[in-house]
Structure formats: C-alpha cells, structure tokens
Design a protein around this ligand. Structure first.
Ligand code: HPA
Length: 249
C-alpha cells in the first residue's frame, strides 16, 4: 500500500477533515504503540495517513509521546514522506499569531526523551547527518504548494524545541531569541531526528498560536489555552488547501 503523505497533527489538530474512505489502523511497532489510531484515507485522490501526536483526546503531554512508535507506525504503513503540523509560539517579528511557517532549522533544548533508534543494547549505532534537519525537497514542495494555493506561509525560520509541558519564562525566550530561534514548540524533537534515522522525508508546518512569553507587543500578556486553540483554528483554515495542492490536485 503506498501512502503519498503522512500528516502528524499537533495541539488543536486531532483529525484531517478532508480525508474520505477512512480506515483505522492500530499498528504496534517494535518501539510500542503509537499515540492513537492511524487514520488512512483519500485526499485529492491520493492515500494519506493521519496521526494525532498527542492522542485524539489530547491525553499525552509532549515529553511522554512515543515519537519512535509514531514514526515507525507510519513507516510500517508505507509512508515515506511525513508532514508534521506543530503548534508553536512566535519569538521574532515575522512569526506572530496565526502565521504559518515552514522552518528550515532547529535547536533542541529537550532532555530525557528517548531520542534515537539506537537506544537498545545491540542496536546499530547511527550518526545521521542532520545539518539540514528538514528534508529540503519536501520543504520546497510544501512552500510551492502554499504559493500555488495562495495561502501565506513563511519560508524558513529556526524552531526551538523545549521540554514543556509548562510554557517558557520570558528569560528563556530571550535566550532562545539570542540563540537564533524564531519559533518555540515542545514536539519538534526528537521527532525530526528520528525521522532522519528512519530515512523518512520530513518537514514541519508550524502553526503560530501565540507570541512566546514576553515576545509580542504586550510583553506581560498571559498565554491562555483558549487563545492558543482559537489561533490554531483560524490558521488551520488554509492548511487543507496546502495539502490538496501538495497532493497534486
Ligand atoms: N511555547 C512552547 N510551545 C508552544 C507555545 C509556546 O509559547 N505555544 C504553542 N506551543
């Protein structure tokens, strides 16, 4: 079974409304079970898989997600290209709430997560190249699809992956800005690194839900879950058009 594209949904994205003829799969991998069922269906005439990263009821915090099982399950179903939807906070000027972005770099601040396939004794030791953490050809296709679909999407940016589940302090965000981060999220790693180890093409479509702590015009603004969900819902409006165009409609 060929799957043209696998989509991993983040906070606020628990289904792909555009999928028809959906079958559910519950694969169990050598790394355990994924976050929930993988829904495989048809979109723009192509087979597409969808997995909700946090589980369909958002029951898994970022540091407990079995990223290895999620990606291995998608690969076992035949996926070779993975588009990760990641809800993020915006740090620098171009990345305000409701912006869509396709970052080209990342910095990993997470800790204590199982972050490689070579965890188990006896497994092959891998040192994959990760200079360009997102697959350039898939990024190019996503950016071209957004242009053709006339959906605004920022090309580039650096994603800083934090441990969570709490949001960051203003000082932490200021440090991340100095480091060169434009976006902050809790789920970008180890997912991207594992995708490289699994030889999956992988790109991130980041959905900016809020200004990161202290980053917006009102530095003392409190980030609420409701704002996050409202902004994700608004920004998601253009995503099905990007996907359909990416799939060749
Ligand atoms: N920080 C980290 N992760 C996030 C944020 C944030 O401000 N917003 C959405 N995901």
């Amino acid at each position: 079974m060929t799957i043209e594209l696998a989509v991993i949904g983040g906070t606020g994205v628990y289904a792909l409304g555009d999928l028809a003829d959906v079958e559910s799969h519950q694969p169990v991998t050598r790394y355990g079970a994924p976050s929930g069922p993988v829904r495989v269906g048809t979109c723009a005439g192509k087979r597409v898989a969808f997995l909700a990263r946090h589980g369909e009821g958002h029951s898994l915090p970022p540091h407990t997600i079995n990223y290895r099982a999620n990606l291995a399950a998608l690969k076992a179903l035949g996926a070779t290209r993975v588009l990760a939807l990641n809800t993020v906070g915006g740090i620098t000027e171009r990345f305000g709430p409701r912006v869509l972005a396709c970052p080209d770099q990342l910095i990993d601040y997470t800790w204590g997560r199982v972050s490689t396939l070579c965890e188990e004794p006896g497994s092959e030791v891998l040192h994959v190249d990760f200079g360009a953490p997102y697959t350039p050809s898939l990024r190019r296709d996503v950016i071209a699809a957004a242009q053709r679909a006339q959906v605004a999407l920022v090309d580039g940016g650096c994603y800083g992956a934090t441990q969570g589940p709490r949001l960051e302090t203003r000082a932490e965000i200021e440090r991340m800005r100095r480091d060169g981060c434009d976006l902050v999220g809790m789920t970008g790693m180890p997912e991207a690194g594992l995708a490289r180890e699994l030889e999956l093409d992988y790109a991130c479509l980041a959905i900016v839900a809020n200004w990161a702590a202290g980053a917006g015009p009102d530095a003392s603004e409190i980030i609420t879950l409701q704002d996050v969900l409202d902004n994700v819902a608004a920004a998601m409006e253009g995503v099905p058009r990007i996907l359909r165009t990416l799939l060749g409609e």
